[in-house]
Structures are given as structure tokens and as C-alpha cells.
Design a protein around this ligand. Sequence first.
Ligand code: TMP
Length: 199
Amino acid sequence: MIISFEGGEGTGKTTCVDHLCSHLNGKGLPWLSLREPGGSLLSEEIRALFLHRDMDAMTELLLVLASRARNISSIIEPGLAEGKIVVMDRFVDSTLVYQGLMGGLGVDRVREIMEITGTWLEPDLTCVLDVPAEVSLARIRPGDRFESRDMTYHRNLRDAFLSVCTQKRHRVIDAARPADTVVGDVIRIVDTLLGAHFR
Ligand code: TMP
């Protein structure tokens, strides 16, 4: 099973991932978690390039998919085969949003490239953490080229996530609320899924 967390910058994805993994530990369930881009050693090297070098959207796409291809073959597929719950801090929806919509490559084209390259895996559940751009910007201390962008960019980014994340697996969560409230929602949603899955 794959559970992904998506959303713009400063939405609290990493906090939710950490709390969810502790919760899974408490239930004695096997899990692994990864951030993208990054994760494996090679993918972390790609991440450093990706976050700090200016590049066109197609180069971004190919780099992030190289990172994902490596993660899928070396970590995600083996983890799934062992029955682990794979918790992703960003995954395929970020690629549709950042490279497809924000980068102008188009959602359909990016999806097709992911399918052709074996880098499209459909999560079972995707928690989309949603906050207004003002909240997002107030929470981050710009550390990379994505976080350094202006308010208009962050507004468009939020709209882009909301327009892409419309499938049954997507749960849009109001993440402007206190962290423990948001984490509580996430854990309830995951427990419902696990209850149905392991029944
Ligand atoms: P992070 O700051 O949430 O760790 O994510 C790193 C940045 O990488 C974030 O600004 C979004 C970007 N990104 C893409 O542009 N495309 C992708 O497919 C992924 C996974 C991340």
C-alpha cells in the first residue's frame, strides 16, 4: 500500500509523515518512508541538483523521474513485496503539478511520460495538505529555488494542487489549523483505510 502526502511549501507534509510513521510503529505495522526527490543515495544527489540549479521544466521532469525510477526499483517495489506500507513525502501528484502545470509541460503529457518510463504508481491514499499562500509563505524560510518564489507563485501552486487532486484517493485536508488537529485527521483517515484493507 502506498500513502502519499502532497501540497505546496510549508504545508506540514513532513510533520504528518513523521507522526503517521510513529502511529504505524505503535500499531506494529511495517512501513518505510521516503521523500521525493531524494530517498536513496543516488536520489539525494539528484535532489541537491534539482533544488539548487536553475533548469527548464523538461530537465526538471527527467531528473525527478530518474530519482523516482531509482526509488521504485531499489526501495518502493521491494518494500511493497515485503508487505510494507510505503509513506511518501511527495510523489506523482507533485510531478503533475510542478512540471505539468507550473512548468507548462501539461498534465496529460507528464502523466504519459511517467507511464512510459514506469514512474507512475498510483497511491492508495493521498493526503493533500491545503493552506492559503499567505500561511504557506509565513511558515517557510526560503532555502531553495522553489521556496524563494513570490506570493503569486504560491497562490497558483495551491490552485494547481486543488485542480489535480480530484480523484477518489485524494483527501484535501485544511492544514492551516493547528498541527495536532491536522495530524489527528490524517491518522483517522489512514486508520479507516487500514481497517478496510486488513479486514
Ligand atoms: P520539499 O521541499 O517538499 O522536500 O520538495 C522539494 C521540491 O521539489 C518542492 O519545491 C517541489 C519540487 N518537486 C517537483 O518540482 N517535482 C516533483 O515531482 C517533486 C516530487 C518535487
